[in-house]
Structures are given as structure tokens and as C-alpha cells.
Design a protein around this ligand. Sequence first.
Ligand SMILES: [Mg+2]
Length: 377
Amino acid sequence: MKVDKITLLPASIPYIDDPMPEWVEQWGIQLFINVNVEDKEGLGEVLVAGSGVISAYIGIFNDLIIPFLEGKEIRSISEVYETLEKLLFSAGLCSITLGSISGIETALWHVYSKVINKPVHYLLGGKIRDTVPVYASFPRYKTLEDVVSAVEKAIKRGFKLIKLHQPPNMVIESLKKIKDTFGDQIKVAVDLNSPFDYASALKFLEEISRYDIEWVEEPIYPPNDYDTIKRLTKDFPIACGENEYTLHGFKKLLETGVLYIQPDIAKIGGISKFLKVIDLAEVYNIKIMPHLRPQRSAIALYHTLQVASARNNIIQVEFPLAEIPKDLFGVEFKIFNGMVNVPDDISIDKELLKNKYSLKDKKLRLLKFSDLTEKIL
Ligand SMILES: [Mg+2]
């Protein structure tokens, strides 16, 4: 197929919910990719990481991906992926390079599925399930009362499992409050976003282990410190992988004995790479819990669900607690009994995006994860 046009759709879709979380500004930034092949359109998404440095991703498109692919006849999406990775590797195999590839790669799968008039999962061998297990990934809340309201909302929406993003100093009281208020009605996981060294992680994990946590995510900084992660996995249920980019890195992570790995389709290079990671994890008998930033990442969610509907070693997909804007994406994600429907297609209303959600500002969007203290910022 010949790639006619690639269009970047930077967006700012706010996370509006009740209760209102923190990080609203920091998470209100998206980069969608539109690819045209004749009269068909495909959509992909780049997860804009690193405190919203969107110009870095746009630069890779403008300097390399668009001039390289526009007007080109392509014979294989995997070949495009591998070529782009080799053209970019000396800039580092990381979120900015591989995330940009994710955007174009997922858009190519989508447009190709339109060309043959089948859903993306058809290209993966077909659906083995119509619904996929999901958990509610909470944003960070200011108060304990907000955490409780959010849990109530999650239960009402049909979730069976939630994941907290509270700072370490609020985790224990949140777990206690949730247990006291909701008993066994909801399961809980804890995402720490890499705050600790080994000694602090050990102390923290020992303190929270009485709360029957499903998993504890990224306790160690840096997140790729495999030796230190390995020292924790024997005694605690650890999950990692949202900051992993290469197959070699995933292999090392799998060898630490983590309970789950968490690749992100909008960060690691798209569907071709995601499939390789899934196969690699199967060799280690470790399940996949795909990462998605819990904001308006509907295109990445669509692609993740396409793969999850076709591969059964994906056991849960991260999902936002707030509703995804239906008017913008033309699709409704419905939660029932901890499961979500797998839509066959997705779109973006470009007029609405331009009028209501366009990215106009150049705000500083510092994403203060739990290891950063106010004295630095
Ligand atoms: Mg996480």
C-alpha cells in the first residue's frame, strides 16, 4: 500500500472527573497520528512522556518519519518498524524514538485493516474473546475522601480491581481506609512510579504487605535496575515494564521474576513489537498487564484491546476511571463485571478536536512523580 499523507494531531484533552484529581495539566496532552491511504484513514497514538515534551516527538515525525514514508509504497508494516528503529537507534531506544514509531506503526495497522475492510484483530489471527478484563487506574487524588469517592465510583462503574497512584506517604492510610470501607468488594494494586532505593522499598513493601495487594508497581528507581528488582520479587508481587523499550530489556525484566510485565503499545514501537514481547513473556510463563496512561489515550487503548482480544496471556488492561469522550472518538467503551467491550473501529472527529481540544499552549507540565520533592520544584 502507498502512504499518501501523514498528519499529526496534537491535542489537549483534559481529565475532567468527579472527584477532580491532581496531574490534570500534566496528563492533558496527547499526540495522535492520522495516515491516509487513498480514501482510507488510520489512527495511531504516541504516548507523550517525559513531562509532556511533545516537540521532541513532533520533531522526529517532521525530520524523519514523514519525509521517509509519505509517498512510499510499503510492503510490510513490520519492515517499516524495523527500518525506522534502525534509522533512529543512535538517538537511543527510548520513549521519544520508539514512542514516535508506535504512533506511525499503529496507524499503519489501522489503515491497512481499513484497506482490507476488517478489524485490526483480524490481522492478528482473529478474536478469541469479545470482552477483555480491565482495571480502573486511578489518577492521584489530593485527599483520602477523594480516594474513597473514586473507589465508590469504580465499583458503581463495574470495576473489580483498582490501582492507586497516591504518593508513598498516603498509600498505607488509603489502603486501610479502602479495606475498612469496602472490605472485599474491590481488589487493590499500588503504583509507585519508581520512588525508592532498595532499603526504603523493602521497608515500605513490608509495611503494606498485610493489605493483600494484587501487585506493587515500579517500587525502584531507576525502573530498569534489574538486580535490585530481583531482590524484591521473591517476597513481594512486583510488576514493571512501562519504562522498558527493548526485547533485551524485557528479557532481563522477565528474568527478575516479576509477577507481571507492563509494556505500553504507544511507547515501545507499536503492535509488531508488542506481539514480540507477548511471545517472549510466554516463554517465561509470565502474564502481560499492558500499561496505558490513565487519561484520554483512546487510540492506544483501541490498539491494546485489539491485541488483547486476540491473545489470552494478556490478563488485564489498564483503563481510565473517567469516561472517555464518546463524541470525539465515535466509540463507547462499556464496563461490565470488570470487562470491557472490544470495538472493531475507532475514529477522531477532527473538527471537534480542532475546536475543543486543540493543543495551543506551551505550558510547563512537570509531572511530579513520587520521588520528586517540593524542595526541587
Ligand atoms: Mg505505572
